[in-house]
Design a protein around this ligand. Structure first.
Ligand SMILES: [Zn+2]
Length: 265
């Protein structure tokens, strides 16, 4: 089984002391490639550096998460454009809107989102999108770019049935994380994931966040890491009524097509 984690925040400082061991455990669990999320001015260049250190295995996105939207200055825009000149940077983002936490003011979030959509429109690169509690505005901002964007994935989908169908109607992809395994707030996803066509479905850990709550035995720490993707795909396959090998193979093929990744060596 070959798995690809489309969302791993491997530049996070919680990995600083054992990043190589984390990568080895991922390989041992069948995770053959990972897309390292770049989500700020500070971490996007680090994601590229990590990808360049692991050619063919790690890839990067470059973007500014809505939490960091206030740092999206003209200078930041130039830095993002410079990062997108590198082939290891396979997607624009993480970008989008987050009205759940509102760490940045909403007008700043919309502005930073639009400027990154402009980069995606100009480069034709896929989009790695974040949306939380902001569906209506998110759809409106995306609508203004209709016909100008390449493929898009709404990562870490946690929303409603109506939101899911809005995304699928627009031919966007959906990323499923270990949120699915959260009996308190992810239960609705168990039924919804059956409706995602195989060629629109990708999988991710969002490590170090969102440690799947169903991992047994429960680790003593709360840090998530890419090796747990194997657990997420098992749960996802069960909910979809598929053999895990089928779910995994389809997600991997969909991911390679979406990001333009090579076959792993
Ligand atoms: Zn996110």
């Amino acid at each position: 089984m070959q798995l690809i984690d489309i969302g791993a925040n491997l530049t996070h400082d919680s990995f600083d002391h054992d990043r190589d061991a984390v990568l080895q455990r991922a390989r041992d669990a069948g995770v053959v490639q990972m897309v390292v999320t770049g989500a700020s001015r500070e971490h996007s260049p680090q994601a590229l550096a990590l990808a360049r250190a692991h050619p063919g295995e790690l890839f990067a996105t470059a973007g500014v998460h809505p939490h960091h939207a206030t740092e999206y200055t003209a200078e930041c825009d130039s830095e993002m454009r410079e990062l997108h000149a590198h082939p290891e940077v396979v997607a624009v983002g993480e970008c989008g809107l987050d009205y759940f936490r509102d760490f940045s003011p909403r007008p700043a979030q919309r502005k930073a989102f639009e400027r990154q959509l402009e980069i995606a429109a100009e480069t034709g690169k896929p989009l790695f999108l974040h949306q939380r509690d902001a569906h209506v505005d998110f759809m409106a901002v995306m609508k203004a770019f209709d016909g100008r964007l390449g493929p898009a994935v709404v990562h870490c989908f946690t929303g409603t049935r109506a939101e899911l169908f809005d995304y699928l109607d627009r031919d966007w992809h959906v990323g499923i994380t270990g949120w699915l395994c959260d009996e308190r707030r992810g239960q609705h996803l168990r039924e919804l994931v059956k409706h995602i066509p195989a060629d629109r479905l990708m999988i991710e850990t969002d490590a170090p966040y969102l440690l799947p709550r169903t991992v047994k035995p429960a680790p003593s720490h709360r840090r998530n890491e890419p090796m747990y993707l194997a657990h997420i795909v098992e749960e996802l396959a069960r909910d979809r009524g598929e053999d895990v090998a089928v779910t995994a193979a389809n997600a991997t093929a969909t991911t390679r097509a979406f990001f333009g990744l090579p076959a792993s060596s």
